[in-house]
Design a protein around this ligand. Structure first.
Ligand code: CA
Length: 243
């Protein structure tokens, strides 16, 4: 059964574009360009995911989110303006599972949609590939142990192995790899990686990120002849859990 996604966006061209891309990916899509109508739709129907713009006629997205309430089962991804930090914070507080900043690359939106459907299944729909336990790639099976295929990162032992062979990483490389492993299928921008690896107060250039990615690739991808860290042109990097 295809996951059913409610797209709430009043910019008709953007809404149409997102709809086409989602339908192309095999999702079922309902569109709404009005906050009040969206609230009614979301109350009357069980969607698997809601993509919710914040600036909307009728009711704004944050208000829609609040009125849906915390017990509403459908995960919500907010579409926010670039500098609307407070909107992001309020939105996450109000129960959104993720947000994406406009303008966005469609690959990033699709990646976040896949992750939200996988992590927050409403009826088990959309989670066909989220068998988790059996695949050995989804999340830590022991606290602090993260896996991707034959790669294992153990936080407590501060140790990384591939097929049992130890890989020697610097602290920064280790931290960056941990960020990738705990955010599989999420496209990470250079800014996000920089914040997570170097901290919010880091003052410097985001191309530091490219340097660390290069180090990781040489120690892992090239050393073991695999393709772990993928480049998403114009956006950042991603590790995909299924290939
Ligand atoms: Ca809008």
């Amino acid at each position: 059964m295809a996951a059913h996604i409610l797209v709430v966006e009043d910019e008709e061209k953007l809404a149409r574009f997102v709809e086409l891309e989602l339908v192309h990916e095999g999702y079922e899509v309902t569109k709404s360009g009005d906050g009040r109508e969206a609230l009614e739709l979301a109350t009357a129907n069980t969607y698997d995911l809601i993509l919710l713009d914040i600036m909307l006629p009728g009711l704004n997205g944050l208000e829609v989110l609040r009125r849906l309430g915390n017990s509403h089962p459908t995960p919500v991804i907010l579409l926010t303006a670039r500098d609307a930090v407070m909107d992001k914070v309020s939105g996450l507080d109000a129960g959104a599972v993720d947000y994406i900043t406009k303008p966005f690359a469609i690959e990033e939106l699709l990646a976040r949609v896949r992750v939200a459907l996988k992590l927050h299944p409403v009826n088990g729909a959309g989670s066909a590939d989220a068998s988790g336990a059996g695949s050995g790639v989804a999340g830590p099976d022991v606290e602090g142990v993260h896996r991707w295929k034959s790669l294992v990162l153990d936080e407590k032992k501060h140790r990384v192995t591939y097929d049992g062979k130890e890989i020697s990483l610097t602290n920064r490389e280790f931290e960056m790899l941990k960020v990738f492993l705990t955010n599989q299928d999420i496209v990470l921008t250079r800014d996000t990686l920089l914040e997570k690896v170097c901290g919010y107060d880091y003052v410097g250039e985001t191309n530091v990120v490219d340097v660390y990615v290069r180090f990781l690739r040489s120690k892992i991808d090239e050393a073991f002849d695999i393709k772990m860290i993928e480049t998403v042109r114009g956006v950042g990097y991603v590790i995909k859990s299924e290939q």
